[in-house]
Design a binder for this molecule. Structure first.
Ligand code: GLU
Length: 463
């Protein structure tokens, strides 16, 4: 069997959104699962709309998602010679003809069809006309008029289109520049693509492309058209993958989420990269449309944050801490332990950064809001914090067991329950009444900061 070769073929006219990323992912997973090759082709022939910036952003986003391609990316704009040669072949084989209809004439015919409630199909009126030297024309591909074209789709099943419903397609503009349905065939064939996996919005193009394969005598690939994604609003379409990165999503979580938009494996929800590679089969992609649910994406992000080793989280969260105003080197010895105290809770790296920020601000910068102080630092609370600081001062090696024992001894001596002191101590450490467990907080803070924050809260101007 020939090894599988698939491609992702974005047009660099905008960002890579969730839908495009899913198409890329399914191609990538199919290649990895089958031990085949995943290729990238930048479809940049539309000079007016394509930008280098978009190409770069797409490449960055795919790289961030971890979808590595196996050969040098192909730029469609560099393949004009190949497209011309294929067109020449169709011309000499008389598979195409010159169409002299003006855009106005076509528009008029379209309007007429609309008024008569018919689907507009070009009627082939220029086929067989004598040459009109000097007159502008486009090349039309002559479709068969009888029979039907069958797409044996890996996702959609058999899709049959009567050939009478496929119009003679314009495959090259008057300046000779070839158009999508034609170049895609030439490129896919040259790249040896065996499986074309793309969005269902392309399904109506496929019978046309199949006829072009046949006219050029090229082997046809298999096709698989992915269900549309519901709820991919204009706003979400303009939100590139990089915006999820900025919001603190892990690439694993984004991949997990988009994989489940149309694909399932039993009732499993959480998949690592390797799980996806091991379990993905194009046959398991559903025909039914997947609906976007960003809450689920957030939940998956939380699952993947929980599965990530603290050292990895440390390096991922460092830039978010900087953005939150505290510059912490990713190798900071307290960063991984700090992540460890909070990673069960955080739903994003932004949240994680917000929640562990307090560890890294200077002790004197812990701000305690007056209502928090009124609630947690009133009455006996301050004196207790000072007492606790005294008890902890005696701890030699700053380890959980020793810190816990010293705190418990202090509580016993004062006839207090731990919880009677825990909240006010937490306020002293973090500035807020919520936060990680008391002892783990103290360990990560270290002795000096623990004592400094307790003393500072004890002496703070609470009511
Ligand atoms: N450039 C096309 C698109 O972005 C690719 C279509 C295809 O995969 O054939 O929709």
């Amino acid at each position: 069997m020939t090894p599988i070769r698939v491609r992702f073929a974005p047009s660099p006219t905008g960002v890579l959104h969730l839908g495009g990323a899913r198409t890329a992912l399914f191609n990538y997973l199919l290649a990895r699962h089958e031990g085949g090759r995943f290729l990238l082709r930048i479809e940049d022939t539309d000079k007016e709309r394509s930008t280098d910036e978009s190409t770069r952003a797409i490449i960055d986003d795919l790289t961030w998602l971890g979808m590595s391609w196996d050969e040098e990316p192909v730029f469609q704009s560099k393949r004009i010679e190949r497209h011309r040669a294929a067109l020449d072949r169709l011309v000499s084989d008389r598979r195409v003809y010159k169409c002299y209809c003006t855009p106005e004439e076509r528009e008029e015919a379209r309007k007429r069809a609309e008024a008569e409630k018919r689907t507009y199909l070009y009627d082939g009126r220029c086929d067989g006309l004598p040459d009109r030297p000097g007159a502008p024309f486009v090349w039309r591909f002559r479709m068969p008029k009888e029979g039907e074209t069958v797409v044996d789709d890996l996702v959609q099943g058999q899709v049959v289109t009567p050939n009478a419903e496929i119009e003679d397609l314009v495959i090259a503009r008057s300046d000779g520049s070839p158009l999508y349905n034609f170049v895609v065939v030439v490129d896919d064939a040259d790249m040896g693509i065996t499986h074309v996996i793309r969005g269902k919005d392309h399904l109506t193009n496929t019978p046309k492309q199949i006829q072009i394969y046949r006219a050029l005598g090229l082997p046809e690939p298999r096709f698989g058209h992915l269900p549309l994604i519901l709820g991919l609003s204009k706003r979400l379409r303009s939100a590139g993958i990089s915006s999820y990165k900025e919001q603190g999503y892990l690439p694993e979580a984004v991949n997990n989420y988009i994989a489940r938009l149309g694909w399932s494996h039993g009732d499993e929800e959480v998949f690592t990269h390797d799980d996806l590679v091991a379990k993905f089969r194009i046959e398991d992609v559903n025909r039914s449309e997947g609906a976007l649910n960003l809450e689920k994406m957030e939940w998956l992000n939380q699952q993947h944050l929980q599965m990530s080793p603290p050292e990895k989280l440390a390096s991922l969260v460092a830039p978010f801490l900087s953005a939150a105003g505290v510059a912490v080197d990713s190798a900071h010895p307290r960063l991984a332990p700090a992540c460890e105290t909070r990673r069960q809770k955080a739903r994003s790296l932004v949240e994680l950064a917000t929640e562990i920020r307090f560890y890294f601000v200077p002790d004197e910068a812990i701000a305690i809001a007056s209502d928090v102080a009124a609630k947690h630092l009133a009455g006996e609370a301050k004196a207790r914090l000072l007492g606790l600081a005294g008890a902890l001062e005696a701890v030699g090696t700053w380890e959980t067991a020793a810190v816990e024992a010293a705190t418990n001894r202090f509580c016993e001596a004062k006839g207090l329950k731990l919880k009677e002191i825990a909240q006010s101590a937490r306020v002293a450490f973090t500035g807020s009444a919520t936060g990680p467990g008391l002892f783990e907080t103290m360990i990560v803070l270290g002795k000096r900061s623990t004592l400094a924050r307790l003393k500072r809260a004890a002496g703070s101007s609470a009511p």
